[in-house]
Design a protein around this ligand. Structure first.
Ligand code: UFG
Length: 325
């Protein structure tokens, strides 16, 4: 199957492209390289460098009618940035999604897997969070993902015969042999903690120690990027017959302190911590129920926090400067 992978040069996209190649699909990567890296794209994969706002490029991609399905990851995705620059988030994640879907459907492509987020739930009334839990995003990023899902659901109910699977990622971490996480600037907890272990940062800033959790720090559900990639392949197949929304997490939460302690143990390095005020837009606790993905997609995550941190650590040791290009 010819599958367009938007954001395919990014951390998650490169792992998904690798998985598609392994099972004999033909991924085509669309990326504007604002965060992606050329060297992260598996060898032999066609790359189109274009922005989602570039309608001519989209028409060109879909014009031949040969793209059979899309995995749509390209987006801006940093919670704190979205609080500071909300309009940018609505433009890139919502307005660009609309023109993308129009170009896609005009080209006869009807199947899409959409990257959504646990951020849609805001401060959930209960954990673990099931897909039925009311979604009340507490930051613009989460709102844009919720709007994206709404647009897809309406498009699927319309006469265009679109089928979509939306995947609500919890906190993605870990590395494969080839691909690891490296953003500029880096905002995510695990890569930052590893930067401290490597001596590239003096300490980890711990955002908030007065949350209503056992140790006062935020709890998140971490999921290995390889488990996440496997879910995308299953979801892609599922778009041949139905639409739906699925959580992707481990059904297990770890506090920020627990993550730091686990990283200190795995790396054998000191990880100094500086307690800081809360970061805007952070909900105290996000833990997934992944029962729906297990029941309907046949997916179950196999890798825990230790494997995420150790694979990310090994990748950083092998790639001290991250991606070169
Ligand atoms: N944190 C720190 N110090 C840091 C970085 C993070 O204390 O230097 C804390 C955060 O406050 C948060 C937790 O660690 O409590 C995790 O933060 P990340 O920045 O790693 O991840 P987020 O939970 O903010 O967001 C990530 C993705 C979002 C997604 C969300 C879903 O970036 O796209 O997971 O749970 F929506």
């Amino acid at each position: 199957m010819r599958v367009l992978v938007t954001g395919g040069a990014g951390y998650i996209g490169s792992v998904i492209s690798e998985r598609l190649l392994q099972r004999g699909d033909v991924p085509i990567v669309l990326d504007n390289f604002s965060q992606g890296h050329r060297t992260a794209v598996p060898p032999g994969v066609e790359v189109v460098q274009a922005d989602l706002a570039d309608i001519a490029a989209l028409r060109n991609i879909f014009g031949g009618g040969t793209v059979e399905a899309v995995i749509h990851m390209a987006a801006v995705s940093i919670v704190g940035d979205s609080v500071r620059q909300p309009l940018r988030y609505y433009r890139e994640n919502v307005a660009n999604l609309l023109s993308f879907l129009e170009a896609m459907m005009r080209g006869g492509c009807r199947r899409i897997v959409f990257s959504s987020s646990a951020a849609v739930y805001g401060e959930p009334a209960e954990v673990p969070i099931s897909e039925e839990c009311p979604a009340h995003a507490v930051n613009p990023y989460g709102s844009t993902k919720l709007m994206g899902e709404r647009i897809l659901a309406d498009a699927a109910a319309g006469d265009g015969a679109l089928r979509f699977i939306s995947l609500r990622y919890f906190n993605v971490a870990g590395a494969t042999r080839a691909a690891g996480e490296m953003h500029h600037p880096e905002t995510h907890l695990i890569p930052r903690v590893l930067e401290v272990a490597l001596g590239e940062r003096p300490h980890v800033e711990l955002y908030g120690t007065d949350y209503s959790t056992a140790d006062g720090t935020c709890i998140r559900d971490y999921i290995h990027v390889e488990d996440l990639a496997e879910a995308h392949v299953l979801a892609l197949d599922r778009t041949s017959r139905s639409s739906g929304i699925y959580n992707l997490g481990n059904n297990r939460g770890y506090s920020v302190r627990e993550v730091i302690e686990t990283a200190a143990r795995i790396t054998g390095r000191k990880i100094p911590v500086e307690n800081c005020p809360r970061r805007a837009g952070d909900p105290p606790q996000l833990i997934a129920s992944h029962r729906k993905a297990a029941d309907e997609l046949g997916w179950s995550p196999r890798r825990g926090l230790e494997e995420m941190i150790s694979s990310a650590w090994e990748w950083r040791l092998r790639n001290p400067r991250g991606y070169t290009e």
